[in-house]
Write a protein that binds this ligand. Structure first.
Ligand code: ACO
Length: 324
């Protein structure tokens, strides 16, 4: 049987680290009040990175992809599939994946974007796993890359303090032994309105509202329940139990949601990988960023069992269980 396994991880954060205090000072200039204490208490976020105005998702994806290739010991020329998960693509088209392919100096392999907001990486990894298992690809580059700062409404304190920019990547390769054990994806379009950026481009003009809108409490309430259910379903499919999970990497949106899901899986909080404190919510980039940080710091080691959980706009959610 043919399986897929993560061969290497990489990530990249743009240079501009913005603390809560720096952001609060910036918002205060527009008469908008927030504080370090409020942000930390409600979200666990201490800082986030913002890319410069000319930096795009593919610019962030490139160094993350290169780091993953190097860690995997794979040359860019060996890659035969590129999937980029992003909700902040460089252009309407072509896809950010095509732009990344060009920046990597390779040509010919299929390259496309996946749009599932903060569940994007879990979606992309599941698609790449399926294509590798079917024989359609053997070495895939799977990237989550976002410049959410581009779509934040800095007049809305309930959302602009939550997000950041960054990219994470993995090289997923064909393997005789299973890496990815099971996965499951879901969407429920009835909840479009609770988290959306409902603008588009038409006739050369922006139509609708081009900035992020979120009903935070509605998202919060849905998130904990669906994440627990999908994680249990994936464990069942893999024939494992919650006691088998060495590390939990939920989408890094809010420390309280993350701790809530860990508790429901009866996991001790030191098995929870947390980067939301330093990255904020980087949407599709958050899970591969957290994975790379945990691998490079020596926490996650070869053979460890890792649960990835994504949840986001759409409403979308999903989970992947893997042996690293
Ligand atoms: N600074 C200071 N005060 C604030 C701020 C701020 N930045 N933002 C809101 N407040 C105020 C509110 O106005 C409100 O004041 P009021 O009581 O006088 O009306 C008070 O703080 C409490 O606001 P709530 O919205 O009730 O705060 P809550 O505890 O629900 O926390 C939060 C808000 C952090 C957004 C939370 O609901 C949350 O994390 N939700 C989930 C969000 C999430 O996970 N989103 C990501 C999904 S991923 C994706 O697809 C993009």
């Amino acid at each position: 049987t043919r399986f897929s396994r993560i061969l290497g991880t990489g990530s990249f954060l743009p240079g501009d680290r913005v603390t809560n205090q720096a952001l609060a000072d910036r918002l205060a200039q527009d008469g908008i009040e927030t504080s370090h204490d409020w942000i930390v208490e409600r979200t666990g976020i201490h800082a986030r990175h913002f890319a410069g105005p000319d930096t795009t998702s593919s610019d962030l994806a490139l160094p993350a992809a290169r780091a993953a290739l190097e860690a995997a010991g794979v040359a860019a020329e060996e890659i035969d599939l590129i999937i980029v998960a992003t909700s902040t693509p460089d252009m309407v088209f072509p896809s950010t994946a095509c732009l990344l392919q060009q920046k990597l100096g390779i040509h010919g392999c299929p390259a496309f974007d996946v749009q599932a907001v903060c569940s994007g990486f879990v979606y992309a990894l599941t698609v790449a796993d399926s294509m590798i298992k079917s024989g359609a690809a053997s070495k895939a580059l799977v990237v989550g890359a976002e410049v959410f700062s581009r779509i934040l409404d800095f007049k809305d304190r309930t959302t602009c303090v939550l997000f950041g920019d960054g990219a994470g990547a993995v090289v997923l390769g064909a393997s005789d032994v299973p890496g990815i054990l099971a996965s499951e994806l879901h969407a429920d379009g009835r909840h479009v309105d609770i988290l959306c950026t409902p603008g588009t481009v038409s006739g050369g003009e922006v139509l609708g509202h081009p900035l992020l809108k979120m009903d935070g409490q509605a998202v919060f309430k849905l998130a904990v329940g669906v994440l627990d259910k999908v994680a249990r379903s994936v464990l069942d499919k893999a024939g494992r139990t919650d006691a088998d999970i060495d590390w939990l990497i939920p989408h890094q949106a809010n420390i309280r949601i993350m701790q809530g899901t860990a508790k429901k899986l009866k996991m001790s909080l030191d098995k929870l990988i947390v980067t939301v404190d330093e990255h904020g919510n980087t949407s599709a980039a958050s899970i591969p960023l957290a994975l790379d940080v945990a691998v490079r710091s020596g926490k996650i080691r070869r053979g460890d069992t890792v649960m990835l959980e994504g949840v986001g706009g759409g409403f979308t959610w999903g989970a992947v269980l893997l042996d690293f």
